[in-house]
Write a protein of this length. Structure first.
Length: 186
């Protein structure tokens, strides 16, 4: 019984600690990067919960230890207590997974992927020099944001000019003026 109780207590401490200190390690994340024009997304930007999350696995162990200790207190053998503990742990881990999934779905995110800007129209807020960077402000998914930008053909674009985003290079936008877009579409 001491083994099961020890497992339950250790798992409880792990669950409590992960709720107090580890909330940000159980969700998905997004990563944009690359200087050579590569845009890498590690996920779709939405937080997710895994069945292998610290909280879910520790809850499984906590259920295993507690149910095993209760079964041993009723004079059941170690094998029977282990089976009861395992079944109880799987049920409790599933319940924890369900609860965490509900919590994550309730969260709102203000993250906007840079690739979502492709096709949007914006205004140059800091002029784009010849073969250099400037800044463009635009609405992406209902949120106004500014991005570093360069022109598609390397030409300069004056401040205040309307531009359309044609592609992304890492966290930078590649833009062209509205007149270039209209000419290209003919």
């Amino acid at each position: 019984m001491l083994i099961f109780t020890s497992i339950a207590i250790a798992a409880f401490l792990l669950v409590a600690g992960s709720f107090l200190f580890g909330h940000d390690h159980d969700v998905g994340h997004d990563h944009d990067g690359g200087d050579a024009g590569h845009d890498g997304d590690a996920s779709d930007g939405e937080p997710t919960i895994s069945i292998f999350s610290t909280k879910v696995v520790a809850t499984l162990f906590m259920g295993f230890g507690a149910a095993g200790a209760i079964a041993r207190s009723y004079q059941m053998g170690y094998l029977t207590a282990s089976i009861i503990g395992l079944l109880s742990g799987v049920v409790l881990g599933g319940v924890m997974y369900g609860i965490l999934t509900v919590f994550v779905r309730q969260q709102a995110s203000s993250l906007v992927s840079t690739s979502s800007a492709v096709g949007c129209t914006g205004t140059v807020t800091v002029s784009i020099g010849e073969n250099s960077l400037g800044e463009v402000g635009l609405d992406v998914q209902g949120q106004y944001a500014t991005y570093l930008a360069r022109s598609r053909d390397g030409a300069s674009i004056a401040k205040g000019q309307l531009v359309r985003v044609v592609k992304t290079m890492g966290s930078e936008l590649v833009v062209e003026t509205e007149t270039q877009t209209a000419t290209r579409q003919r």
